[in-house]
Ligand binder design. Structure first.
Ligand SMILES: Cc1cc2nc3c(=O)[nH]c(=O)nc-3n(C[C@H](O)[C@H](O)[C@H](O)COP(=O)(O)OP(=O)(O)OC[C@H]3O[C@@H](n4cnc5c(N)ncnc54)[C@H](O)[C@@H]3O)c2cc1C
Length: 346
């Protein structure tokens, strides 16, 4: 019976686990997730009657495989499609009508975390939440063991899947107790993946906004705000008569203000939002939330060669940064591929 350890419970890890469990029902898969939730950066919170995706905003239908997974393989009950358009704004905050919407922009009534919840829910995988893996160990018998921050060891595993964002995976690899010519090139390849930082403000208003769009994206990347979207465009997320805006600052602003007082950051982003949308009332949300994403968006993918060599030693990386684009569907597609490699080999 194959034993597989999975570090991280993001969308890619969920897809890989799903494939392994379908093909090898006897495989013994154990997942370790440092946070209390599933689905990583495709993250959802609830507050009273509000449901909001505060990391990824939606999953696109750009991958046929992933669309089939979400609409046919998995239960599509509660899948919601945002049909309103996305307009653009420039450095000065001037809004211009964007392209006609193409393809789907999916979430769920209960939020994007449903993706990992439904995928893992179809498997027998054992999931350890609030378990941060700190050390990876390669045994003489060519198995892997992982150790968490409390010093608890888990394993041995025939194969190990690493799903954290590249900078965190690089950290795990640097401290790995593993002698191999593959190790240094792998660390270099993973550490080379550049990640952008995003600071997110979630702004609630006790009134409706009469706007012709779902979102606004800054196309020249010179505005402090990179993205504004309306959660009320997702069925089931916001009660009638209210509005909930998700506002993402650009990389430079997010890095500069990452450790500032969250309330001051929210005020600053609400002021920008009011100016861009052209509605003074938006300076004063009646409730807000926030999240800093230090490792939000990979700008490119990792070099494939070292990742392939690591697989020969039972070590598999998976995620958007392996697939090469900061998108949920890319992470899912990569997870499906990595799951197949685990089952069928290359
Ligand atoms: C602000 C923001 C907006 C975005 N907008 C969109 C969008 O609109 N559309 C879109 O398609 N994509 C968007 N993305 C990108 C999308 O969220 C990601 O591409 C996708 O969720 C990545 O999934 P993943 O499985 O590769 O990794 P992750 O979701 O990062 O999962 C990795 C998991 O590993 C866990 N972990 C890390 N270290 C450890 C450790 N040592 N031990 C145990 N667990 C660990 C983490 O907690 C996490 O759960 C956005 C991302 C952000 C942050």
């Amino acid at each position: 019976m194959a034993t597989i350890g999975v570090v991280g419970a993001g969308a890619a890890a969920a897809a890989a686990t799903f494939v392994v469990d379908e093909a090898l029902p006897d495989a013994d898969v154990t997942v370790f997730e440092k946070s209390g939730g599933l689905c990583g950066r495709a993250a959802t919170r609830r507050h009273g009657d509000l449901t909001y995706d505060y990391g990824a905003n939606y999953v696109k239908s750009d991958s046929e495989r992933v669309s089939e997974l979400l609409t046919e393989t998995l239960d599509d009950d509660g899948l919601v499609d945002v049909t309103e358009r996305i307009n653009t704004f420039d450095e000065s905050g001037e809004v211009t009508e964007g392209r006609e919407p193409d393809g789907h922009k999916w979430s769920y009534r209960q939020g994007l975390t449903q993706i990992a919840k439904r995928l893992f829910g179809r498997t027998d995988a054992e999931i350890h939440r609030r378990t941060r893996i700190e050390t990876l160990r390669r045994g003489d018998d060519e198995t892997w063991t992982v150790v968490d921050t409390d010093g608890e060891a888990y394993g041995p595993f025939d194969a190990l899947v690493l799903n954290p964002p590249a900078p965190q995976t690089a950290e795990l690899l640097r401290s790995a107790e593993w002698e191999s010519p593959v190790k240094e090139p792998l660390i270099d390849a993973v550490a080379d993946v550049p990640f952008r930082t995003v600071w997110t403000a979630v702004l609630h208003y006790p009134f409706e906004l009469d706007l012709p769009y779902y979102g606004l994206v800054n196309t020249d990347k010179d505005h402090e705000v990179g993205w504004i979207s309306r959660e009320e465009c997702k069925a089931g997320h916001v009660p009638d008569g209210e509005s909930l805006l998700v506002v993402q600052a650009n990389h430079e602003w997010s890095v500069e203000h990452y450790d500032d007082d969250p309330a001051a950051n929210v005020d600053a982003l609400a002021a920008h939002t009011a100016e861009i949308v052209g509605d003074e009332r938006l300076t004063a949300p009646d409730w807000s939330d926030s999240q800093g994403w230090r490792y939000a968006l990979p700008d490119e993918g990792a070099l494939a060669g070292p990742l392939d060599s690591a697989r020969e030693e039972g070590l598999y990386c998976t995620g958007d940064w392996v697939g090469g684009e900061a998108r949920v569907h890319v992470a899912l597609e990569n997870g499906l591929e990595v799951g197949e490699e685990l089952v069928f080999g290359r």
